[in-house]
Design a protein around this ligand. Structure first.
Ligand code: NDP
Length: 328
């Protein structure tokens, strides 16, 4: 492991992306996302992802000079045309119009289309909660997860994120894959030779396994919570696919370049609770959140990340990743 400051991570990411064909706005937006993941201790979406972003550029699958545009399609609905670029710039462009519409209308929705999403979802829901709004986001991927009872990969690992503004000015946020663990975590466990948790997946013969390499080698991942998580993965396919005019995970696979960030869409929604509940919603929310914070053994989702964030780095980065990035 090497120790790196967050500034060093940002600079390495930005230079590597620009050396491989990204323009400055795209390199900066992706690097902010990667650096934020490292800052928060979300290593599976930090610099670990940089080689795949670069592969997307080199294979001509991702557009490193995408200039995402916003189209207002209804009074409180916008569509972002991502131009096959990486999601972070498209999301940054969506922020102000979405926040304004949510504050005007009480609720606003955004379908991000033709993007390459390969990151955590908490940055986009937290950016909404930081503006006093409730944020909700879902995206699909490529098929890794079998529906409950099945053995064939159909769903993506399909994350869902939710954020709520805190009275203190901070945010509550959860962000979770519909699979037992994220794909990146299966890859990291396989790379480091550590077993994955029981229930994570099946090998290519359909047998339960804790060997991440066996899951990656023709096996499938499983949804969390059996058929209940499988239903959430199904909902996410519909919301990030058919509902916004984008592809399902199994359709994304038809044009996907293996190892590159996923092509497809993302659904993002912002709600202004002051419209539905009046000004007291913040204090009322704190009553519930405070009970969890004060309960022995319990914690709020996002608390681990926010504690890492407060440290501000430096962070440990795998030597293997740095070697791979240096070669790029
Ligand atoms: P985790 O299972 O690690 O965590 C899920 C959520 O649960 C987090 O908000 C986490 O907060 C919270 N949590 C964890 N432990 C506890 C606990 N003991 N008590 C209360 N809350 C807890 O995440 P996943 O592996 O499911 O997903 C990892 C990431 O992968 C996500 O950011 C997701 O967006 C991303 N992803 C992206 C995809 C894409 O296509 N772009 C595809 C699939 C996943 P905390 O972080 O503070 O621990």
């Amino acid at each position: 492991m090497a120790k790196m400051t967050l500034d060093e991570i940002y600079a390495l990411s930005e230079k590597t992306l620009m050396d491989n064909g990204c323009d400055a706005p795209n390199a900066a937006a992706v690097s902010r996302t990667i650096t934020a993941a490292e800052r928060d201790g979300s290593q599976s979406h930090g610099i670990f992802r940089l080689p795949a972003y670069i592969k997307g550029l080199r294979e001509g699958d991702a557009n490193g000079t995408a200039d995402p545009t916003i189209e207002q399609v209804a009074p409180s609905v916008i569509k972002v045309h991502g131009q096959e670029g990486f999601a972070p710039l498209a999301l940054e462009r969506a922020k102000n119009p979405l926040v304004k519409l949510a504050k005007d209308q009480g609720i606003a929705m955004c379908g991000l289309t033709r993007i390459r999403h390969f990151a955590a979802l908490w940055p986009e829901v937290e950016m909404l909660a930081e503006q006093g709004l409730v944020g909700f986001a879902v995206t699909a991927a490529v098929p890794y997860v079998a529906p409950a009872g099945g053995r064939e990969a159909l769903f993506g690992t399909n994350p869902m994120a939710f954020a709520w503004p805190r009275e203190s000015g901070g945010v509550l946020a959860f962000d979770q894959a519909a699979s037992v663990i994220a794909r990146g975590d299966v890859m990291i466990h396989a790379r480091d030779g550590h077993p994955v948790p029981e229930g994570t997946g099946l090998d290519k013969e359909g047998n339960p396994t804790t060997d991440g390499a066996a899951i990656l080698d023709g096996g499938v991942q499983l949804a969390f919570g059996g058929y209940k998580g499988s239903a959430i993965a199904l909902m996410i396919e519909l919301m990030a696919g058919a509902m916004i005019g984008e592809v399902f995970s199994f359709e994304a696979k038809e044009t996907a370049v293996p190892g590159c960030p996923f092509n497809g869409g993302e659904f993002l929604m912002a709600i202004d609770p002051s419209k539905t509940a009046g000004a007291n919603f913040l204090a009322h929310g704190e009553k519930l959140l405070g009970k969890i914070e004060n309960m022995e053994g319990a914690r709020l989702p996002g608390a681990r990340r926010h504690a890492n964030r407060a440290k501000g780095g430096p962070v440990d980065v795998s030597d293997k990743i740095l070697e791979a990035v240096a070669a790029l």
